[in-house]
Design a protein around this ligand. Structure first.
Ligand SMILES: *Cc1c(COP(=O)(O)O)cnc(C)c1O
Length: 398
């Protein structure tokens, strides 16, 4: 897997693939927009043929040739989104689910059920519900939390997965994927790439075996579709398809349609919002009401910052920016992780993962930077200031 990128060459630029991948057959079909197939079932007069196809799927998990039999096995509209996302991430395959959490659930079940390896090594912080799912052991997994340097020592004979998020939700902390990959040995590395998107980072190029997205965020991009997806090699994808069929966390075809459409503008949206986010991060770092700004070296449209005053006053004060959880939409959202996105993580675990009670997480959208800054600065109001001669907080990374 070390050279996965060279094994899967990307002959076209990402911006080109974003608008063309998953649509290769449309001209031949005489269509411009992708067809949307809502069928829950597919007629066949050949019972023996259907039996053979079902047996083959149960045995291999390979995608069926021809109609999907039943919508829990596959859907042609969703398959277009899967093809496109796999192309953007540089993987052989992708398997879509009803949400990011359904996607993570399928990965954990795939490891526990097909290999019996129930132990997971994970690095905090993770998205709050991912943390909870691992920590509560709901799926029969057991987790060891560590920092990136401790991964090698945390591995056990029954370790089936190493999981990291970079940049992480909500602190935007980054991990060195190459170093982490090295520490994993033969254990598959899952990288949650929701924040960076394949526009800024393709984890398989650094040796990750599994790339997870909450497609609800940047891939959809308009705050109106929920989905999840795992990009990976075909071997792992086969197990994931079997788990999806058995457990039912399928993506609705309309969601698959919207996600494919979302991918076509992903590079443009991510780059434009990242430029604005970097600008806002610089302005916040120079503002005496701000104690600390977090902005990832990889870039992106997420900014996190800590205030001297009560961060909940900023949530109450925004007017243009929407105070809401989630991220990755065309409009700017802000939320207080200790109150909402990471509320489900125990206070001590939150703090030790660097999620301060003063931290605000902002998802920067496509509005004009001056309008956003005006709203932010009025929401910050006349809050406490740092001492005038105190050091100006640097943006943590360029
Ligand atoms: C939102 C999110 C998830 C969960 O995805 P859903 O689509 O809400 O189930 C997982 N990881 C990260 C980084 C997220 O931001």
């Amino acid at each position: 897997m070390e050279n996965a990128a060279s094994a899967v060459p990307a002959p076209r630029a990402l911006a080109t693939d974003a608008v063309h991948a998953g649509r290769e057959d449309l001209a031949e079909l005489g269509l411009h927009a992708p067809p949307l197939d809502f069928s829950t079932t597919y007629p066949s007069y050949d019972a023996a043929g259907e039996a053979a196809r079902i047996d083959a799927f149960a045995e291999t998990g390979a995608r069926l040739e021809g109609p999907p039999v039943y919508a829990r096995l596959d859907n042609p509209t969703t398959a277009r989104f899967e093809t496109a996302l796999a192309t953007l991430e540089g993987t052989e395959a992708a398997v879509a689910f009803a949400s990011g959490m359904a996607a993570l659930t399928a990965v954990l079940l795939a490891r526990a059920s097909s290999t019996g390896l129930r132990h997971v090594v994970a690095v905090r912080p993770l998205y709050g519900c991912s943390d909870h799912l691992l920590n509560a052991g709901l799926l029969g997994t057991e987790v060891t939390w560590t920092d990136p340097a401790g991964i090698a020592d945390a591995l056990r004979p029954d370790t089936g997965l190493v999981m990291v998020e970079t940049p992480a939700n909500p602190t935007l902390a980054e991990v060195d994927l190459r170093a982490v990959r090295h520490a994993c040995g033969s254990v598959p590395l899952l990288v949650d790439n929701t924040f960076a998107t394949p526009v800024l980072q393709r984890p398989v190029e650094h040796g990750a075996r599994l790339v997870l997205h909450s497609a609800t965020k940047y891939l959809g991009g308009h705050g109106d579709v929920m989905g999840g997806v795992v990009a990976c090699d075909e071997e792992f994808a086969r197990t994931l398809r079997q788990v999806r069929f058995a457990t039912g966390g399928v993506l609705h075809p309309l969601a698959g349609y919207l996600l494919l459409r979302g991918l076509s503008t992903l590079p443009v949206r991510v780059r434009a919002a990242s430029t604005t986010a970097a600008d806002l991060a610089r302005r916040l770092a120079a503002d005496p009401r701000i104690a600390r700004v977090h902005y990832p070296s990889v870039g992106g449209a997420m900014v996190a910052f800590e205030t001297y005053g009560d961060p909940r006053a900023v949530i109450a004060g925004v007017r243009l920016i929407t105070p809401a959880v989630s991220l990755g939409s065309v409009d700017t959202l802000i939320q207080h992780p200790a109150s909402i996105s990471h509320r489900i993580v125990a206070e001590g675990d939150r703090r030790s993962a660097g999620v301060s009670d003063r931290l605000l997480r902002m998802s920067v959208g496509l509005e004009d930077v001056e309008d956003l800054w005006r709203d932010l600065t009025q929401a910050l109001g006349g809050g406490p200031l740092r001492a005038v001669d105190a050091e100006v907080p640097a943006v943590l990374a360029p």
